[in-house]
Design a protein around this ligand. Structure first.
Ligand code: URA
Ligand code: SF4
Length: 254
């Protein structure tokens, strides 16, 4: 896998930050020029991704998946009640991908992920908390169609729809995945463990879909923003999880 200078700088910063953290050393100041570049999406055409994949290759692969497979999908009964499919949106070279549960009312109306009230909180977590631009990450869901009355996704719906999510992640090959809430974490990690027990530490997500086979991506489960709106007392725990992601990405915590 070809690594650019930027990747190497990023990896070494990340490793030194992890060592500093492990030793309890306060994070060292990072030169301004590097800080300015590390939050951004990858620049390289081959940064750990599909062979030869550039922004354009990834954007095209994502658009084809959406237009040729998702938009007309009738693999489960949710196709009968949806207004729009919601593929998800963001930067094709995003280093960080957020995965939610399913579109809600606003998302179904607009065809865009996380544009309602939970979406506003997610935007604040990304922009005010992590100091990233929302347009620089990628945001999608396990289900691409809204379940009536926002009920929890059914097992057969997840089985029908999750191959699209796995394909999105295979195209994007992010450096870190953040699973928002139990359905996303349980689907991606193939477990029934509760979100309360899964959150707070990195798990291995295998791009191949088969545990232990091929490369893996660190995945942090955390609480869903809609849950945080109902239980604001849990926001501190979610922020602890996001800070672990920032450290993993080599982002400054201050
Ligand atoms: N909740 C989700 O899980 N996803 C959205 O896109 C909006 C709300
Ligand atoms: Fe297809 Fe997924 Fe929509 Fe079901 S939820 S119809 S599987 S796109």
């Amino acid at each position: 896998m070809a690594r650019t200078d930027q990747d190497i700088i990023r990896i070494s910063i990340r490793q030194s930050l992890e060592v500093d953290q492990a030793l309890g050393i306060k994070v060292l100041p990072i030169p301004k020029a590097i800080v300015a570049s590390i939050g951004r999406p990858r620049k390289s055409s081959t940064a750990g991704g599909l062979p030869g994949a550039s922004t354009d290759d990834r954007a095209i692969a994502l658009r084809r998946l959406d237009e040729e497979q998702v938009k007309g999908c009738q693999k489960c009964t949710l196709c009968q009640t949806r207004t729009n499919t919601v593929f998800g949106q963001g930067h094709p070279l995003a280093r960080l991908v957020f995965v939610g549960e399913a579109p809600g009312f606003d998302e179904d109306q607009q065809g865009l992920a996380f544009v309602g009230r939970a979406g506003q909180l997610l935007t604040d977590m990304i922009e005010k908390g992590m100091k990233l631009k929302r347009a620089d990450v990628f945001i999608c869901n396990v289900l691409k169609c809204r379940p009536p009355n926002n009920r929890t996704p059914a097992t057969d719906e997840i089985t029908a729809c999750s191959p699209y999510l796995f394909e999105q992640l295979r195209i994007l090959q992010p450096e870190v995945i953040c699973a928002l809430g139990a359905p996303a974490a349980q689907t991606l990690l193939n477990t029934k463990e509760s979100i309360g027990r899964l959150r707070g530490r990195f798990h291995d997500f295998y791009i191949s879909g088969s545990p232990g086979i091929g490369p893996s991506v660190p995945l942090m489960p955390t609480f869903h923003p809609a849950y945080l709106l109902r239980s604001p007392g849990e926001k501190g725990k979610a922020w602890e999880d996001l800070k672990k992601i920032m450290i993993k990405l080599g982002l400054p915590l201050t």
